[in-house]
Design a protein around this ligand. Structure first.
Ligand SMILES: NC(=O)c1ccc[n+]([C@@H]2O[C@H](COP(=O)([O-])OP(=O)(O)OC[C@H]3O[C@@H](n4cnc5c(N)ncnc54)[C@H](OP(=O)(O)O)[C@@H]3O)[C@@H](O)[C@H]2O)c1
Length: 267
């Protein structure tokens, strides 16, 4: 029986992934910063809840030790938070929190598991990034910075780990029906109000791909990535994300950005 370790498993994609793997006969170490949010998961015989706030390095060390003791096979760095607004409106704390949760924790957790995977010559590191890690949207500068960083980091990491039979994969979802938007930190600045509203209207206008996927649908993609045995690194997940990536490839990065600017701001 194989074992997966998941961060941010209390809700959304992390929770759906925990259930998908557990129902498929895997052991799941479902980590979350508030273990009381894991009541539903903990009633599943294949799921163990473990406390992990990914901004707490001591907890990372404890959680990794716990997982290695249980001979974990797959790690999914999934915990994430959104930060939206113009860059000049962000406080240092907001920027640091965003980088810590979405990027630094992925580095710290991956680094902690690598010696174990390398020595046993098998294992798979995965991270939930975002379509915003492959393209960009307005008012998401630091969010995109963290997600592009993880995409780049994992692609680079794949070169050094493949010789040890350790896989590296990213799941890059488009919109997910989850509590992500409710949890998103919004940093406003009056000077940008009208542009910010324009962006929202553009998203609602249907001129951008709009399909939001159920977390359960995207958990299927995570499962496929963990079990397909392919060397493939990047899994774009959700119809909206696939459309964006295809458009960027077809139009070229510069023209694609210009076209998005036209859709959002009419220029
Ligand atoms: N929703 C979208 O449209 C979307 C699109 C593309 C990519 N993503 C990415 O997909 C991943 C999952 O998001 P989701 O849509 O499932 O949103 P979600 O339901 O809000 O789930 C986010 C998870 O991250 C956890 N988390 C936040 N800060 C944490 C911390 N310091 N330590 C440990 N866990 C922490 C949350 O825990 P709590 O319950 O304690 O808050 C929650 O379990 C994220 O990496 C996100 O960036 C989301």
């Amino acid at each position: 029986m194989k074992t997966i370790f998941i961060t941010g498993a209390s809700t959304g994609l992390g929770k759906a992934t925990a259930l998908k793997f557990a129902n498929s006969g895997w052991k799941v170490i479902a980590t979350m910063r508030n273990p009381e949010r894991g009541t539903e998961l903990s009633s599943h015989e294949n799921i163990t809840i473990f406390p992990l706030d990914v901004t707490n390095f001591q907890q990372i060390t404890q959680a990794v030790e716990f997982a290695i003791d249980r001979q974990v096979d797959v790690v999914l760095n999934n915990a994430g938070v959104g930060l939206i607004g113009p860059l000049e409106a962000y406080s240092d704390e907001q920027v640091q929190q965003q980088i810590q949760v979405n990027m630094l924790s992925v580095i710290q957790i991956s680094r902690a598991f690598i010696p174990y995977f390398r020595q046993r010559q098998s294992g798979l590191l995965m991270a939930t990034t975002s379509i915003a890690g492959l393209i960009t949207f307005p008012f998401g500068a630091v969010y995109s910075a963290t997600k592009w960083a993880v995409e780049g980091m994992y692609e680079s990491l794949s070169f050094e780990l493949e010789r040890y039979n350790v896989g590296v994969k990213t799941i890059s979802p488009g919109g997910i029906a989850s509590s992500f938007r409710d949890n998103m930190v919004i940093a406003p600045n009056e000077a940008y109000n009208s542009a910010f509203n324009q962006m929202y209207h553009a998203f609602l206008s249907g001129k951008t791909p709009t399909k939001v996927s159920a977390a359960e649908e995207l958990a299927e993609v995570v499962f496929e990535a963990a079990t397909d045995g392919k060397k493939q690194i990047r899994y774009v997940a959700g119809e909206d994300a696939k459309t964006y990536v295809q458009q960027r490839l077809t139009q070229g990065a510069e023209q694609f950005r210009n076209n998005l600017a036209e859709i959002f701001f009419g220029k």
